[in-house]
Ligand binder design. Sequence first.
Ligand SMILES: Nc1nc2c(ncn2[C@@H]2O[C@H](COP(=O)(O)OP(=O)(O)OP(=O)(O)O)[C@@H](O)[C@H]2O)c(=O)[nH]1
Length: 357
Amino acid sequence: MRAPWVSLAGGMPESRLLASVAEFTHHRDIDALDHSLVLSMAELVAVKSVTLCKRGDSLAHPVESLTVCTRNDEGRCVVEAVEPMRDGDPIDTIVCAMETLEVISDVTDDGRCRLVVPVIRDHAAIGALMLEADDTLDSVRTLVEGFARIYSNYIALLNESERDKLTGLYNRRSFEQRLQRLLKLQRQRARAAKRQDEERRHLAQDDVAQIYLAILDIDHFKRINDTWGHVYGDEVILMLAQQMRACFRQNDVLFRFGGEEFVMLIASEDEGAAAGALERFRQHIADWVFPQVGHVTVSIGYARISENDYPEIVLDRADKALYYAKQNGRNSVQGFESLTARGELGAPVALGSIDLF
Ligand SMILES: Nc1nc2c(ncn2[C@@H]2O[C@H](COP(=O)(O)OP(=O)(O)OP(=O)(O)O)[C@@H](O)[C@H]2O)c(=O)[nH]1
């Protein structure tokens, strides 16, 4: 009896298939993994192209990224990142597969056979794989579904290694990569916004958002530990993280850098909106009653970050603003740019508590 994979892959030797899976799963970096996945599949199956689509964070941005492997005239596979369009073909078909969680097999207007398989995690699509070929792709459908499942499991493992064990927020190790992704996304959105007509540009105001980096530190946390013990200290950290998740937007990126120190990347139209979101959170925590411990306050320092900035310099700026908050009564939100404009940071300020890279 033939092994199921062999029949599913249309007579493909098992060794080739296993080599292909081993090849793409040896990567520890998500971008390299994506690149390797589409390349491995294009080399394995006779197709014109393989596309990996990553789901976007809203209806206005249904697709975050497209990694495409095509075969050139000499038959060699070429992988590139393609800027996603908002709608039209094939985005509409991909979005349909991601929303219905159904495989779509159809023929394009120019006569190519197309197969779109959603990549599913926790009953929702995190993306989709799309294959295009001259002939029907029915014989490789189960194979592609298998690849989508392996990819989804592997992404979950990689994501886990990026998370802080106690809070589930991103850990410090993943900071650089997350920041670069956010900046890349912001760049793409700014370019897309430029292309939109007047009406759409109005709809896409979020697209031209700035990113602010904020550092949050729990006030007098040592006292909490000393008074109630580390278990209650940990409980405060955990509940604070839960409140952060609940209060900030889904596309803001939240980290626990270690101890009672958190970092947030906040996308906002302007400084006022970023400061407002941070101030609302500060007040929310000041009002919150933590079990046993009671009231806890936080201090927050933030600074603007753009793609030309070195992250460690901006971390240092936000840390200086945090240091200022700590030196001036705690329980407040301070922005580096405003403090500098007001001349409050004129005198040399000792480097704050955060360890730079
Ligand atoms: N429970 C618990 N405590 C931690 C953890 N990580 C660090 N700490 C403690 O957090 C405390 C931080 O204290 P400090 O850096 O002196 O600052 P603070 O008491 O918060 O005072 P200010 O920041 O100046 O308001 C130390 O006592 C650490 O031992 C953790 O994961 N869990």
